[in-house]
Design a protein around this ligand. Sequence first.
Ligand code: ADP
Length: 229
Amino acid sequence: MTPPAGSLLAAEDLRKAYGPTFALDGADFSIHPGEVVAVMGPSGSGKSTLLHCLAGIITPDSGTIRYDGRELSAMSDSQRSALRRTEFGFVFQFGQLVPELTCVENVALPLRLNGTPRKQAERTALGWMERLEVDGLAGKRPGEVSGGQGQRVAVARSLVTGPRLLFADEPTGALDSLNGERVMELLTEAARATNAAVVLVTHEARVAAYSDREVVVRDGKAQDMEPAV
Ligand code: ADP
């Protein structure tokens, strides 16, 4: 399948086997700049494998992935990790904050790793924390904040470098529905304000409702879900 013109990221015919199991079996996927795409599907269908391939974390056995016209497999490991540090952002279900650092130090961390001086990094981090309504928690450690607050800190961290593509793997999976909805509202608002595209893996319809388009993964293949009429 030819990817649509103007895609930010386009993957074609991805295959990945773990022994006899085909986690991906000819999956196509594409996303446009600023688009929010929900990736849905039952457990074990290949969603996480797809996300990890798209983000250049694991290499598929075959198939192509182009980010902004560049083929991921043609890059060196260090080029791929530079891409992840500068162009991509990541939010996971939980456990992603460094417990020894304060919340503002956690949010500033990606900037510090890219060489930004501490004061400047923390100033930018605080701006993102305000946007995610957690600036009041700047001096607290992750162990001292609630699950929903921690996820908002994690979202602030994922956006602090101004990524063009955010990968969110079940970002509300460990939250109750009220906190989950608030995280999704703030995440999608912030992504839209900065024109960041979002690949959002979820198995919950109410989380997928925040997306522009839904893709269903089944048996290692990805298909656009027909819009409801
Ligand atoms: P999902 O995210 O939809 O739950 P996954 O991508 O995690 O699905 O898994 C797809 C299939 O690949 C499953 O059958 C899973 O057991 C298998 N799988 C995924 N990762 C590994 C791995 N590292 N080693 C062996 N099997 C794996």
